[in-house]
Design a binder for this molecule. Structure first.
Ligand code: GH3
Ligand code: MG
Ligand code: MG
Ligand code: MG
Length: 340
């Protein structure tokens, strides 16, 4: 659907690519974009569209509010030029439709109004319009105002993308790419609350690599790091989408299994143990070993269960079960309450 994709793609057009993509070319005037011109007067619409197109913009024309809403639904629009007097709708309603869709990101709206029509400009600006152009417009001014708004949009898009990236980083463990402990603790509280409200079961696994200190001591820390990353992938790929998997501490991973009974959780844990014990890791070239093998131990707890009224208590039970598994010889799982 989109044509020439030269030049940059802004974060917002990358996000909205699924809804028809976006045409962006670095033109003579700087940023160019896909504009929606909402104007019922054919002569005015065509005149302005031609000026904008000459400046490198792609221009869609809507003759009334209904067409405008249709275009907004079908296309990724970067900026709207909006006549407030439309045959079928109040321009303010089109404006609200543009601004009430946060998933579109920042879509600037420039109100077009007769020079004498102060009321619709004021209403427009108060309702969320970003700028206005008094009719009849000066060609240069129209282009300059569009360019200024697109510059702001570009900055805004970059900010939104940077914020999303920071947010992702703040919940991610840098070594393994799994969620970090902060995220996990918050999700555990959420899932615990949900489980309490809806009487759904929730299970929790704590996975600890066996004798991992020895792996580091023998093959070096960088190799240990690589093993941790690979194990994280193994565990992740043993889980379903709604499951939450995090690096809980050094060589410990934790998993929330929403809507999962203890018996199903045992199956998941057994699958993870099997995946770890059958995996071979290629040691560093300097090491004499041909391959490195590893095992893990897993502690399981489920809610609802006796003596558990908080997420922390559930975590405590899983932790105790993990130590039972270690004491019983490692490379195995234990659920809270299992006989020794
Ligand atoms: P156990 O079977 O009792 O769990 O023995 P262990 O050696 O795994 O347990 P211990 O708690 O004594 O040691 C944990 C080791 O995990 C020591 C530490 O160096 C290693 N470790 C923790 N975080 C990292 C990491 O980010 N990278 C690497 N390479 N090693 C780590
Ligand atoms: Mg009109
Ligand atoms: Mg440990
Ligand atoms: Mg360990």
């Amino acid at each position: 659907m989109s044509s020439a994709g030269r030049g940059y793609t802004s974060p917002s057009s990358a996000r909205s690519a699924g809804r028809g993509g976006s045409t962006r070319v670095i033109g003579s005037s700087g940023l160019t974009a896909r504009l929606l011109l909402v104007e019922d007067s054919v002569t005015q619409a065509e005149w302005l569209a031609e000026i904008l197109a000459r400046d490198g913009h792609q221009v869609l024309i809507a003759r009334d509010g209904g067409q405008a809403l249709q275009h907004l639904r079908d296309q990724a629009i970067d900026l709207v030029l909006l006549d407030m007097m439309l045959p079928d709708m109040d321009g303010l309603d089109v404006l609200r439709a543009v601004k009430d869709a946060p998933e579109r990101g920042f879509v600037p709206v420039i109100v077009l109004s007769a020079r004498s029509d102060v009321r619709s400009r004021v209403d427009g600006l108060r309702t969320g319009a970003d700028d206005y152009l008094p009719k009849p417009f000066d060609e240069e001014e129209a282009l300059a105002r569009v360019a200024a708004m697109l510059r702001i949009k570009h900055l805004q898009d970059e900010l939104t993308a940077a914020k999303a990236e920071l947010l992702a980083l703040s919940v991610t463990d840098a070594l393994t790419g799994l969620h970090n402990r902060g995220y996990f603790d918050a999700r555990l509280r959420d899932e615990f609350g949900r489980s309490e409200r809806y009487s759904d079961p929730v299970s929790l696994l704590i996975i600890d690599l066996d004798h991992f200190k020895a792996v580091n001591d023998r093959f070096g820390h960088p190799f240990g790091d690589r093993v941790l990353r690979e194990v994280a992938q193994l565990v992740r790929s043993s889980l379903r989408d709604p499951d939450v998997c995090a690096r809980y501490g050094g060589e410990e991973l934790a998993v929330i299994l929403p809507k999962t009974e203890l018996e199903q959780a045992r199956h998941v844990a057994e699958r993870i143990l099997q995946a770890v014990r059958t995996r071979t890791f290629e040691p560093p070239a300097s090491a004499s070993a041909a391959e490195v093998r590893l095992t893990a131990s897993i502690g399981i707890a489920q809610f609802p269960s006796e003596g558990v009224s908080t997420a922390e208590a559930l975590l405590g039970q899983a932790d105790e079960a993990l130590y039972d598994a270690k004491r019983a010889g490692r490379d195995r799982l234990r659920a809270h309450g299992d006989p020794p």
